[in-house]
Design a protein. Structure first.
Ligand code: SF4
Ligand code: SF4
Ligand code: FES
Lengths: 231, 94
């Protein structure tokens, strides 16, 4: 702990090691900034924008921006909360999320953020896009209806040689994250399990697992998302 | 987001828009300010600036006598289904 620096989040004095990303530095000071695409220990991409904060009048993603000495960060203003709420709602309408029938329900980060922001009905009209489910792999099911394109699977699920099991296909609103059919043949049980766990939503499911955790024991059943960080 | 806005714009261009749709477009465009790249950040500009500078053209297109477009007429739908099954519609109860 040599180069401790001071910064402020919503006026609260914080301290952390310089160069840390804001989300982590905030967490160390007991301040929760919501994230979806970010994963501890993985190079951040800033894809989902849910962790947006305002610094010096500019919107920045706190998972990709390192803290600097004297930085003043705005995170819980009404404007930023509204922006984050909009992003959550947007993710709900641009896929097909039927939570009551979803295997990830209760352990899903998107759903948990929906509760966190007390979303009742998205302000945006549902798009009900036509999306498919790929069950050709012997290990997993890839449900495109629930994918939020966070890239966590692409970044973290790799073989010994560093090749990703998952990849992007198409562009624009036809974009899909798919399981590479050649790589799929090499997927073992542990990798499949990890892929399911690393996916923030229910887009990657290990076959024949389904609803393996009873209601009441799922990740966000008792405590809302972020409770482990908030002081 | 661009998809959501595009759908909304189409609704207005189809003559199905109402005053709230114009307000929504402006409000919703703010989400794009958080985009990762310049392409996303400016994606709503054509809508936002045309709303600002050519507002009357938009207003000509929207319906002014209603604040909600149901998309279909309940009465005629009931009438049609009643015709089909041979019943007499009872509109007083709807
Ligand atoms: S992935 Fe999450 S938000 Fe989507 S249906 Fe499943 S529980 Fe709901
Ligand atoms: S499958 Fe899951 S982890 Fe992969 S991009 Fe989609 S939501 Fe993210
Ligand atoms: S968590 Fe920072 S952009 Fe997704």
């Amino acid at each position: 702990m040599s180069n401790l620096i001071k910064f402020k989040i919503d006026g609260v004095e914080c301290m952390a090691e310089g160069g840390k990303f804001i989300v982590e530095a905030a967490a160390e000071n007991g301040i929760y900034i919501p994230t979806l695409c970010n994963m501890k220990g993985v190079k951040p991409k800033g894809a989902c924008r849910i962790c947006s904060v305002r610094i010096n009048g500019r919107l920045m993603t706190s998972c990709t921006t390192p803290v600097t000495d004297g930085m003043e960060i705005e995170s819980e203003s009404e404007e930023i909360r509204e922006l984050r709420r909009s992003i959550v709602e947007l993710l709900f309408v641009s896929g097909n999320h039927f939570c009551p029938a979803c295997e990830k329900s209760g352990s899903c980060e998107l759903q948990a953020l929906g509760y966190y922001y007390q979303m009742m009905v998205p302000r945006f009209p549902y798009e009900f896009p036509q999306k498919g489910v790929d069950a050709t792999s012997s290990k997993i099911i890839k449900d495109q209806n629930r994918c939020i394109f966070c890239k966590r699977c692409i970044k973290t699920i790799k073989d010994e040689e560093g090749r990703s099991f998952f990849a992007f296909r198409n562009r624009g609103h036809r974009t899909e994250v798919v399981l590479d059919p050649v790589m799929a043949e090499k997927m073992d049980d542990a990798t499949a399990q990890l892929a399911m766990e690393n996916c923030p939503v229910g887009s990657i499911l290990v076959k024949e697992k389904g609803f393996d955790k009873p209601i009441g024991t799922r990740k966000f059943d008792k405590q809302p998302i972020g409770s482990d960080i908030k002081l | 987001m661009t998809q959501v806005m595009n759908n909304k714009l189409r609704k207005i261009l189809d003559g199905k828009g109402v005053a709230k749709d114009l307000k929504d477009l402006k409000e919703w465009s703010k989400v794009l300010n958080a985009s990762r790249c310049g392409l996303g950040q400016t994606a709503a500009n054509p809508i936002v600036s045309s709303l600002k500078n050519f507002r009357p053209l938009y207003e000509q297109l929207i319906q002014k006598d209603t604040d909600f477009d149901e998309g279909f007429d309940m009465k005629s739908a009931v009438q049609a289904s009643c015709n089909y099954v041979g019943r007499v519609p009872n509109f007083n109860h709807h």
